[in-house]
Design a protein around this ligand. Sequence first.
Ligand code: PMP
Length: 422
Amino acid sequence: MPTTADPATRAALQQARRDYADLRDRKLSLDLSRGKPSPAQLDLAADLLSLPGDRYTAADGTDCRNYGAPLGLRELREIFSPLLDVPTDQLLAVGNSSLELMHDCVVHALLGTTLPGAQGRWVDEGRIAFLCPVPGYDRHFDLCERFGIDMIPVPLTETGPDMAVVEDLVRTDPRIKGIWCVPKYSNPSGTTYSDDTARRLAAMPTAADDFRVFWDNAYAVHHLTDEETEVADILTACAEAGHPDRAFVFGSTSKVTFGGAGVAFFGSSQANVDWLRRYSAKRSIGPDKVNQLRHVLFLKDADGVRRHMLRHREILRPKFDTVDRVFTEQLDGTGLADWTRPKGGYFITLNVLDGCAREIVRLASEAGIALTPAGATHPYREDPQDSVIRIAPTYPTADDVEQIAHAVTVCVRLAGYEKLAG
Ligand code: PMP
């Protein structure tokens, strides 16, 4: 082997090559690519399938079978109000996907004339930009790309986006209209924003009067440990800082009940809620109240949601622990990788040697294991260091998670030692 590597690295590389050959011989076909709930988690909400039974009347007498109730059922909004830190009156329950609401907010701001604080339509302002904490959620980035919104990456630290960088950029550049934030158990790093980060996002001066914080609280109740992390109440922080219209709050039951057949939420200042409602009224006859009613009957109250999420945790925690155990056994001390140990959410971030992420995902794919494409965690799918891999352990069975985690470490060792051996 023509290499200048030290004998230990050469030996480790030979071993990794043998392990990878064994792995390919096993002809696996496993998928760890998307953060979906597993069938066992969906089974937890099986009662929803037979609800609302023959009930169709909401607490205020609304007939859920008919048109109407554009804000969503009040009793459902009351359940999620404390969980999302949004007053019930300012919380809409609409649609089945929070991503759809984020999309709508971007589109209405681009094409509409009445976003509070805006001079006009974003689309008439030339190129606009969003700040994108990285690593982040690929669908946020896809949305910007789809609508020609420039993306400016900002490093995500252990307490949220690097606020010195954020403050500096938004103070001087009026093209910057928004920032994507996943404030709790961030996708994919599991990061939770500190109170100070939230306060600074709320208070910072911005060159754009219509700047928005897209506060995507997708993992608000998705704890993996006894330490039930909380984040600051962003709407109150913005109001207190004199920027009442700055934050849009999003959430959903996609990973509480059924992904795709749940309920999504939008919360904000009264002015922003009225703004979204005016446009929503043009695009939809109103939300699916039968679905909302069955969610009310199933979840009952905020404590009902918390109890339900404990049952999710019982299924999810062992999978996250397995990944951590296997990674520790196989990679600890090698200097080839480190990874996050999230206290909630759906993902683990695996950081590998610079220049190795794509190769590891390719090696895994050739061995029959689908991982999230390298680069997906960054704007334009371009991770400049090529070092971040998103691990999504929720969907496969516990046994498959063990096999996949092991296989990933083989690929990490092969790509890593190949690189070190030159
Ligand atoms: N935001 C984040 C950060 C997510 O990770 C996800 C799902 N992977 C979503 C939004 C999508 O949520 P929904 O199903 O409500 O559209």
